[in-house]
Design a protein around this ligand. Sequence first.
Ligand SMILES: [Zn+2]
Length: 162
Amino acid sequence: MAVIKKNICHCGLTGKDYRSCCGLYHTGARVTDRSPLEVLMSRYSAFCESNGEYLLKTWHPDFRPDTTAKKFSREIKNGGKWVKLKVYGVLVNPERTEAMIRYELSYRDASGVVRSTCVSNFVFEDGRWFYTDEAENTDMNALPPELDSADTVRAELDLIAG
Ligand SMILES: [Zn+2]
């Protein structure tokens, strides 16, 4: 029996296809004004699409690497393949000006699939969320409970959908 497989967006978070999910951010039809999760998912998809320009645009200017969009895109294209994003939890301060997200990336290179767990920092500035950097010295055994809470992920996804 033929199975019609819907093309789910790279990020896999909304169940929508790329064009109605992260593609909206990449074309500029939507901006990351609702949730830091928008930045994480659309940046993950930008890695899948080798879109260096979008990655630089959503990277806070104080933390952005000194490279050009073209060079950055080429670097990504020559790297391994991003295969999965799994989000464990989102911690946002009450003012919604700063956030941390804990997630797992799966990446395939010549040696096979490599998984790495990351905690990234985000800030809200000039009406939108930006990625800044990786959290330093994160003690994975003493994480705030929000960083291991599927409820926090669902709450942010609701903000994006609404
Ligand atoms: Zn997406």
